[in-house]
Design a protein around this ligand. Sequence first.
Ligand SMILES: [Zn+2]
Length: 342
Amino acid sequence: MVFTKTCISVAITLAILSAVACAGQPPAAAPVATQPEPTVLNVVATVSPITSIVENIGGTRIHLQGVVPEGVNSHTFEPAPSVAVTLSGADLIFLNGLFLEEPTLAMAKANLKPGASIVSLGEQTITRDQWQFDFSFPEEDGHPNPHLWPDPILTLRYAEIVRENLAARDPDNADYYQANYDEFAARIATLDEAIKIAIPTIPADQRKLLTYHDSWAYFADRYGVEVVGAIQPSDFSEPSARDVADLITQIKEENIPAVFGSEVFPSDVMRTIAAESGASYIDELSDDDLPGVPGDPDHSYLGLEIANLRIIIPALGGDASALDTVDISPVFDGESNAVYPQ
Ligand SMILES: [Zn+2]
């Protein structure tokens, strides 16, 4: 076989692919890059539950990159300068919003690609009169409790907004996004039903949540649980001695069986409160650190929700077995390329 000089240089550049082409066809047919590249949306999401919701809808048909590493305090997270590169390449940037990711939002705005969009899910899910304020998110600061996603019905709205935005930018895959959404919606419906069965198994006077990090306000409202307190002050410091003493009194008076901390916010104060009040202390809740590691079936929004509820419900005296009906595996076939920074 005889290679032309041109063909040899192409072969050197494109290695085996070009060599095969040159061997079987005239040199003019060798270049393979004339096909238009299929357009794949570049999507960026902030915290991992939101990344997971976007992954469920976008499946294998988008490029997806998370920003906030798991296990860090997402409320105070400051993106490294290198995140600007990721944000500048995005067609769509999904945030929780409601003031959760202000430094990332500012960086996204400053580096937004022409034609790209920033989608603030929280602002499109609840209206201002539905904002919840409390000890950790006081009304005088003007920033509502941003933790909408522990409420699965609000999460379904997040998923719907994601679907609408992906489909608008990528109509060729609109049916695929819709099918993933439909399956996700079915899972959410099963989860919602399971929660409605499981919560009433907690004795009525024990349906009370006292947590360190204040993630459950919207969930509690929907499912008839009372948030009797959250311990973490709005500036992420430790509570005052007076606040601690008041909480101990309250736990004793209300017979609250358990208080909950989270791995992201270890707290000696919480341990003291539990020891002096007689409540058990469980420090395993998470609001944005998904269980397992990327690639595990439970490393997902649904996995996170189930893991938290399997901790909370039995600790308050209830039976969480209804949750066993919820399928937490990905709703789409195949493996996505979603990146969850660790
Ligand atoms: Zn949080």
